[in-house]
Design a protein around this ligand. Structure first.
Ligand code: FNR
Length: 367
């Protein structure tokens, strides 16, 4: 039986699965290959255990945090996910309104089905990061970056884990393509529908292979810095080596992500990768993390291991599918309530009280 009123993010997922067309659900939910990392992203959080402190006055808990000059109501941000109008007719606009109501930051995908200008026009001043895919056509890429800067986006999240699209078998089976009534709204220049050829499998994989620049390298971070004043966040770093390389390149932040397990299957879960990145970064720039965050306790665990901000991807799509803007607000509010309760039960009065000694790797390891 379906839950009548979802009580947690997992129940939003169940309701969304029942509602969405198979092709859309397959695209949103799937991970790459055998989905080992997809499972591991969530399971790795469960391998961490808390060492809560007691008899601390938690009658007033301050969940706010300032991240890259932005005041958020709690340290949970929204990751960019493509093509949100497949989940709900209002798509990215519903997400933007929900994010504004909760008081956090929205990541907007290059492949949004609402243009970046329309998102800014409908929810003026909403703090937003623009997720960038670098096209072989660098002039087109540069125009995209300039438009995001003009529309007031606070940062560019440069996705660095996608020189090709990961092998997502649901998309191959369903011959995934953007439904014909929708558009990749940030592009007038490329005829996206015609490049998403799905005769032999995933139309999106074909699109990436033909248009996205697989030669992208560290020198392009310098190029990106030369064309914009926005800070560059590198999204998809999972090693200390790359974190150090990113600092040398002058990035404004490091985003530990495995793309929700949609790219390289078998890659380390992000909560396991987080700590080596945090150690390498030594507080010089903010560290973000996503992939597998489903509970308020997960947010606390990631902050304890040194993340400055945590993001969710799929749960936004489930909220949208179930009930549009209201679904996203309700889902985010549940996560916020869970985060508050977790802080209280851990003995944390403010976000800065969430420290490394709050978690251990498993129940029996010596601290
Ligand atoms: C994504 N993600 C993503 N990332 C990105 O850099 N550009 C994009 O266009 C997209 N699109 C996208 C679509 C869908 C359907 C999903 C599920 C994910 C990855 C996203 O930003 C984020 O890294 C993950 O979703 C985080 O993992 P969870 O929270 O989904 O487990």
């Amino acid at each position: 039986a379906l839950p009548s009123q979802p009580l947690n993010l997992a129940e939003y997922h169940i309701l969304a699965r029942a509602k969405l067309p198979a092709m859309v659900y397959g695209y949103y939910s799937s991970g790459a290959d055998d989905e080992q990392t997809l499972r591991d992203n969530e399971e790795a959080f469960k391998r961490l255990r808390f060492r809560p402190r007691v008899l601390i006055d938690v009658s007033n808990v301050d969940m706010t945090k300032r991240i890259m000059g932005i005041d958020v109501s709690f340290p949970l941000l929204v990751a960019p996910s493509a093509m949100q109008r497949m989940a709900h007719p209002e798509g990215e606009l519903a997400t933007a309104r929900a994010v504004a109501r909760i008081g956090t930051v929205m990541g907007l995908s290059s492949w949004s089905t609402t243009s970046l200008e329309d998102v800014e026009a409908h929810v003026p001043g909403l703090p937003k990061f623009f997720q960038l895919y670098v096209y072989k056509d660098r002039a087109l890429t540069e125009r995209l970056v300039k438009r995001a800067e003009k529309a007031g986006f606070r940062a560019i999240a440069l996705t660095v884990d996608t020189p090709q699209l990961g092998r997502r078998e649901a998309d191959i089976r369903n011959r995934f393509t953007l439904p014909p009534h929708l558009r990749l709204a940030n592009f007038d220049e490329v005829n996206d529908q015609s490049t998403m050829k799905q005769d032999s499998g995933s139309g999106l994989a074909a699109y990436v292979a033909s248009l996205i620049d697989a030669s992208l390298s560290w020198k392009d971070v310098a190029w990106l810095k030369s064309i914009t004043k926005m800070p560059i966040l590198v999204k998809g770093v999972v090693t200390a080596e790359d974190a150090r390389r990113a600092l040398q390149a002058g990035v404004g932040g490091i985003w530990v992500s495995n793309h929700g397990a949609r790219q390289l299957d078998g890659v380390v879960s992000t909560i396991d990768a987080l700590e080596e990145v945090v150690h390498a970064v030594q507080g010089r720039v903010p560290v973000f993390m996503d992939s597998g965050v489903r509970r308020g306790t997960d947010v606390v665990k990631a902050l304890a291991l040194g993340a400055d901000g945590v993001l969710i991807g799929r749960p936004i799509l489930w909220g949208l599918a179930v009930n549009g803007e209201e679904g996203v607000v309700h889902m985010l509010q549940m996560l916020k309530d869970e985060f508050k309760l977790a802080m209280q039960l851990c003995g944390c009065q403010r976000v800065s009280d969430i420290r490394r000694d709050l978690v251990i790797r498993n129940a029996f390891a010596p601290y």
